[in-house]
Design a protein around this ligand. Structure first.
Ligand SMILES: Cc1ncc(COP(=O)(O)O)c(C=O)c1O
Length: 658
């Protein structure tokens, strides 16, 4: 593995920042001077208290060079030492590299292998070696993007291409009257780097052994996994691959009924027996929250007592609205019962890079996590990752790969793979700082909006419902849900004004809320523009407030209903199409999914009740894109098919909604 970074813009080595932790003030001064003389930025701490402040506040720290033990505070006799010290560092900054710099000669004392990246014997005072090793470790463990580097190098070689893609590095389009604009818009680099699996130097996504494998290994390290796999068809595919790998037909999976449609499709494809968990519901704001912890535990016990082969539990953490589970506790409960845990972290890929979000699924001990790197980090759309920690993974790795290959295209997009490589490097090198910045921006936007009379950013207490009030649920402060019910407008009108008058596109809305995501691409200007726009709307609304406020203050009932037949078998019914308003009591053959966020209101086999009809009608009237409801028609199982499903024993009984 090369420690060279071909993207380094000059021959000068990058100026990494090291936090030096040494109790003696005199030694500390010398050590800082020696490191600075060798091109590092260096800051020092003589006690754990000082070190903690640096780790919390200095975004730029890449590595720590520490003594074996440090006083807790100035003049304190209490020491923080060894593994405890390393754990404290990692609890604040999982991504930093730790190097031990000690006069302790006896390595057997340390048992520090799992935590440290290097050891230096202090009396040697060999700062050349220290500098060389620290730099090499940072380069090789995180400050590289091997796939991106190789792709760029290859593209610039301008080889004659006798292989796909047909545009041949853009040659087919650049002088074309019909397609020249396309080339001009995207630029030559996109075409030159859009290559195919015929280029062996660029490795194969479906059987990686070169630069893609290296990039995946670096991602595994950054995200705290044993293995990482890149998915170029989003977390949608990642979820299906995992469910199909872990569950054979008839084996049971516990899933949040409110999970993404890809999980429901995974159930259909795998033939798994679903056990649906009922999420908490906040009807005031039309928001689904986490599944209560007690009902997850109860469902696991009930299913096992009923003799079901429960193989996996899948939850979405955090939720679309930023509600974070106490995931470690749930993982432990599942593992006590030998149930594997998959966490859909589509919206939470950055959780490993800032203590405001810790623990990520991997850090909490989950077996698998799927992440839409493209949703919250710098990767291109569709670029996702599957992280694996399952101790039994090696036994099924072949089967996992088979399933992965079943769903993956044989022509993956290389720029997308490069974007995963670079997004990972950015998070490993700068993630803490980027996240701290958006947490600060989020807090400041929250304060500004809350200074208005008619808009209010909802806090944790507003968002969660009573069922999960004692479940240690937390809020991701980079996701802001704004209550617009006092504004005189409903959220659809506000969305329209924001777009047409202020050129602002928000993430999503319910009838009385707007949700905005503060991503690592947010800027102060962008945030202030949103605030000014809301202030403007508040001023405009004036007397309209009383007249129209009824629209926005009505309570919503988010509807759920029983699943009557196994989804896989309901899915394969031919069914008949009938108007939604006439469908009460009938059973759906297909999913009906408002988008975004792609959470189905109906899944195959689910009974259509009055609440769901009303809710879907409201979504339609509201102009929300709905998949599976063309022209207001819903596909339902015919009476004959229902009889046949019952005869074949595909009724779900009381399997759903623990
Ligand atoms: C919870 C959840 N899981 C999975 C997905 C699918 O992710 P992707 O768009 O990467 O396929 C989404 C998309 O919105 C989602 O909200």
């Amino acid at each position: 593995m090369s420690a060279q970074r071909c993207s380094c813009p000059s021959d000068r080595p990058p100026a990494y920042k090291v936090l030096v932790m040494t109790p003696s003030g005199r030694e500390l001064k010398d050590e800082l001077r020696e490191l600075r003389a060798r091109g590092f930025k260096a800051v020092g701490a003589a006690t754990w208290q000082e070190a903690e402040a640096e780790l919390r506040n200095d975004n730029g720290i890449h590595a720590v060079l520490t003594e074996w033990r440090l006083p807790l505070a100035p003049k304190s006799a209490e020491m923080v030492e060894g593994v405890d010290l390393f754990k404290r560092i990692l609890a604040l900054r999982f991504e930093v590299n730790i190097f031990l710099f000690t006069a302790e000669r006896d390595c057997t004392l340390f048992s520090a292998g799992g935590y440290t990246n290097g050891y230096f014997f202090k009396p040697d005072r060999d700062y050349e070696e220290i500098a060389k090793k620290i730099r090499a470790e940072i380069l090789s463990s995180k400050d590289r993007a091997p796939f991106f580097d190789k792709l760029r190098e290859y593209a610039l070689q301008a080889r004659d291409a006798w292989h796909t893609p047909g545009h041949s590095g853009g040659d087919s389009v650049k002088n074309s009257p019909a397609a020249g604009e396309f080339f001009k818009f995207f630029g030559p680099h996109l075409f030159q780097s859009d290559l195919s699996v015929s280029v062996p130097e660029l490795d194969s996504l479906l059987d990686p052994s070169g630069v893609i494998k290296e990039a995946q290994d670096l991602a595994a390290r950054a995200f705290g996994a044993r293995y990482t796999f890149f998915s170029t068809n989003g977390t949608s595919t990642a979820n299906k691959v995992l469910i199909q790998t872990l569950l054979k037909p008839g084996e049971a999976i516990l899933l949040d009924r409110n999970c993404h449609k890809s999980v429901h499709y995974g159930v259909v494809i795998s033939g798994a027996e679903p056990i649906y968990l009922k999420p908490s519901v906040n009807n005031r704001y039309g928001i689904f929250g986490p599944v209560p912890k007690a009902s997850i535990v109860r469902a696991m016990d009930k299913a096992q007592a009923a003799g079901k082969k429960v193989k996996a539990l899948i939850l979405t953490n955090c939720t679309y609205d930023g509600l974070i589970y106490d995931i470690k506790d749930i993982v432990e409960e599942a593992h006590k019962r030998s149930i594997k845990v998959i966490v859909d972290e589509a919206w939470f890929g950055y959780a490993n890079f800032h203590p405001a979000f810790y623990p990520s699924a991997m850090a909490a001990g989950a077996d698998y996590a799927t992440q839409s790197t493209h949703k919250t980090m710098s990767a291109f759309s569709q670029a996702s990752m599957i992280h694996v920690q399952d101790p039994d993974f090696e036994r099924m790795e072949g089967f996992f790969r088979e399933n992965f290959n079943m769903h993956a295209s044989t022509s993956p997009q290389y720029p997308m793979i490069a974007s995963l490589d670079v997004a990972r490097r950015q998070m490993a090198m700068e993630g803490f700082g980027l996240l701290q910045r958006i947490l600060d921006l989020g807090d400041s936007l929250r304060r500004s909006i809350n200074s208005l009379q008619k808009f209010r950013v909802l806090g944790l207490e507003d968002l969660i419902s009573d069922e999960v009030r004692h479940d240690n649920v937390r809020l991701d402060r980079t996701k802001l849900t704004i209550d617009v019910s006092q504004s005189g407008y409903d959220s659809r009108e506000i969305e329209r004004i924001l777009l047409s008058k202020h050129n602002i596109q928000i993430e999503k809305s319910t009838f009385n809320t707007l949700t905005v995501l503060i991503t690592i691409g947010a800027t102060t200007s962008k945030l202030n523009r949103l605030f000014i726009a809301l202030e403007n709307i508040e001023r405009m609304s004036g007397s309209q407030r009383m007249a129209d406020s009824f629209k926005a203050t009505r309570e919503f009932k988010l509807a759920l209903s029983p699943i009557k037949y196994r989804p896989r078998f309901a899915f394969y019914c031919d069914g008949e199409k009938i108007p939604l308003r006439e469908a009460e009591g009938r059973v759906a053959t297909a999913m009906v999914v408002p988008y975004p966020p792609g959470i189905p209101l109906l899944v195959p086999g689910q009974v259509i009740n009055r609440g769901i009809i009303e809710e879907l009608a409201a979504y339609r009237e509201y102009g929300v894109e709905i998949h599976g409801l063309p022209d207001g028609l819903v596909s339902v199982i015919t009476a004959d098919e229902e009889r046949e499903l019952a005869r074949q024993g595909h009724e779900m009984g009381d399997n759903c909604f623990e």
